[in-house]
Design a protein around this ligand. Structure first.
Ligand code: ADP
Ligand code: MG
Length: 248
């Protein structure tokens, strides 16, 4: 990419790109996460402060063990910080109960995983439809059809996962995330199980969703994947080592 502009970042500055006027979706303020294993304390996140706004397209990078999954679990309301604040859509979700967290998660977060996580004996359509527990049944079917259409897979709606290629399975998984109309799509190594050509096809779907206004966060260790994103946040030993937004 030619116009990639690096934004200098002071050691203690909040890691946010220039104010675009878009509303913050995610605000992490001095977030720490400590795991206890036996008598040992593992400091997986050690003071992460950053803001992600509507329609941002973000790659989270970093070596193995740098805290990416820990951060994604917190962003996705699968876990809460040990210390610090996480505001999602303006609401503090740092200290809420597990059941409240599950409800926030199902309304606001769409997950896409490396291993697709589709139900094997269930059609593509049903895979997309089943998680829409809060929607009325007819609307549910229509939303699933709309989502499969958006990823170009309506013609495979009645196929089972074992009748689909890896790329098609991931498209079903993206449709499942989209059907919830989530505030954020969180993808953990979404192209990790795909060959590079298929990976590019999946990234072009994320590119399209970004153009349509979706907020997208992708964990990846591949530069070719991160290159699609508009901003790269690099973790090292549980802190933000680098936060770089592309120039317009
Ligand atoms: P990454 O996804 O970047 O590889 P992780 O967030 O998985 O990094 O891990 C960050 C650190 O926290 C590592 O040292 C890891 O061993 C540790 N860790 C992650 N999850 C747990 C857990 N559930 N219990 C104990 N330690 C953990
Ligand atoms: Mg990980």
């Amino acid at each position: 990419m030619t116009a990639a502009a690096s934004r200098p970042l002071g050691a203690t500055a909040a890691a946010t790109p220039p104010d675009s006027g878009a509303l913050p979706v995610i605000e992490l303020i001095d977030v720490h996460k400590t795991y206890r294993v036996g008598t040992e304390l593992i400091l997986a996140l050690r003071g992460v402060t950053l803001t992600i706004r509507e329609n941002e397209y973000v790659a989270i990078m970093g070596a193995s063990g740098s805290g990416k999954s820990t951060m994604l679990n917190i962003l996705g309301c699968l876990d809460v910080p040990s210390r610090g604040t996480y505001r999602l859509g303006g609401a503090d979700v740092s200290r809420v109960s597990q059941s409240k967290l599950a409800s926030v998660r199902s309304r606001k977060i769409g997950f896409v995983f490396q291993s697709f996580e589709l139900l094997p004996r269930t059609t593509a359509l049903k895979n997309v439809e089943l998680p829409l527990v809060y929607s009325h049944a007819r609307k549910r079917r229509q939303r699933a059809i709309d989502a499969l259409t958006r990823v170009g897979l309506l013609e495979r709606a009645l196929h089972h996962p074992n009748q689909l290629s890896g790329g098609q399975k991931q498209r079903v998984a993206i449709a499942r995330a989209l059907a919830q109309e989530p505030d954020i799509i969180l993808a953990d190594e979404p192209t990790g199980n795909l060959d590079s050509k298929t990976g590019e096809e999946i990234m072009s779907i994320f590119d399209q969703l970004h153009r349509e206004g979706q907020t997208i966060i992708i964990v990846t260790h591949e530069d070719d994947i991160a290159r699609h994103c508009r901003r790269t946040i690099r973790l090292k030993d549980g802190v933000v080592e680098e936060d770089r937004s592309k120039g317009l």
